[in-house]
Design a protein around this ligand. Sequence first.
Ligand SMILES: [Zn+2]
Length: 353
Amino acid sequence: MKVVYSPAHLGHDVTHETYLGQPIPAHEVAERAEIIRAALQHDGGYSFHEPTEHGEDPITAVHDPGLIRFLAEAWPAVQRERLERPYLVADTYPTFRMFEGMSPGLAAGQPEPRSVAGRVGWWGLDTSNPLVEGTYQAARAAVDVALTTVDLVLAGEQAAYGLCRPPGHHAARSMAGGYCFFNNAAIAAEAIVRATGERVAILDVDYHHGNGSQQIFWRRGDVFYASIHADPARQYPFFLGYAHETGEGPGSGENLNLPQQAGLSDERYLVAVDRALEAVVARPGSVIVVSLGFDTYGQDPIGDFALTTAVYAEVGRRVAATGRRLVILQEGGYYRPALGQNTVAWLRGADGG
Ligand SMILES: [Zn+2]
């Protein structure tokens, strides 16, 4: 299988994130991608490819150009404003409750703040998203990794894997968050729709709901989003991911959320996978974009499912058995000792191994 990887992610070298107001050692660290790369190289059977540059157009196809501008300007602004911080995170966000009772036009028409402390909240969801000097270049490279993976599949590969870091599925049209800056999977899905004119399915098997992917395609009939994730009543991102969210307008019925209980077993997980895949194959299209996360693993420090390495091979097999071509993009997964073996298991399963 062909693998797309860029060392640019190493510039997003975060050491801490903020959790409930406290700095804690970061979970989404560069070592994650290096562990996966080393495991694939050691396993053999994978050829590594550098991403090619795709420019801004595929990004602005799903994101507000202001988000790109902010991410490009953020670190220079931190330095210009002499903020003595090792990383930038917001602590003030424009929550919808701030505008309660006011006309929707007022909130929509407010100007973007000038200071970077205000701007990082304006374009952000939460405090888990540390931004450092190399973040923008890393996030741009992750998009190019995703789009190059699309190129390989559209050129004839049955499946290809993009080792995206930072991940993407929490990033919405005008919002970074949850370790994500640009939505790699959404940008990939949109590029496939535009290149082929076909409908595309996103299958999101990260432990967390991909609120960004859902939001971007909420009113779209040509991109089906299916996600198996922790029930938002107990887990991040808390405010989206419920089963009753099924899309609106042309996208009505094109969003499938399958929220799950804590302690989820391999067996029950596969029931959810089958349900999602049934919905995928009931729709036309020849490509599935997989948002692949391993924070579903039993020992993950931020998850609470009980999955084992064996189930990942089986999930990979079942997804490949749809016969659709697969653009497989890395999202989360934070138990580093098993990250390599879990990725190898999934990709081998998808590759008929
Ligand atoms: Zn996750």
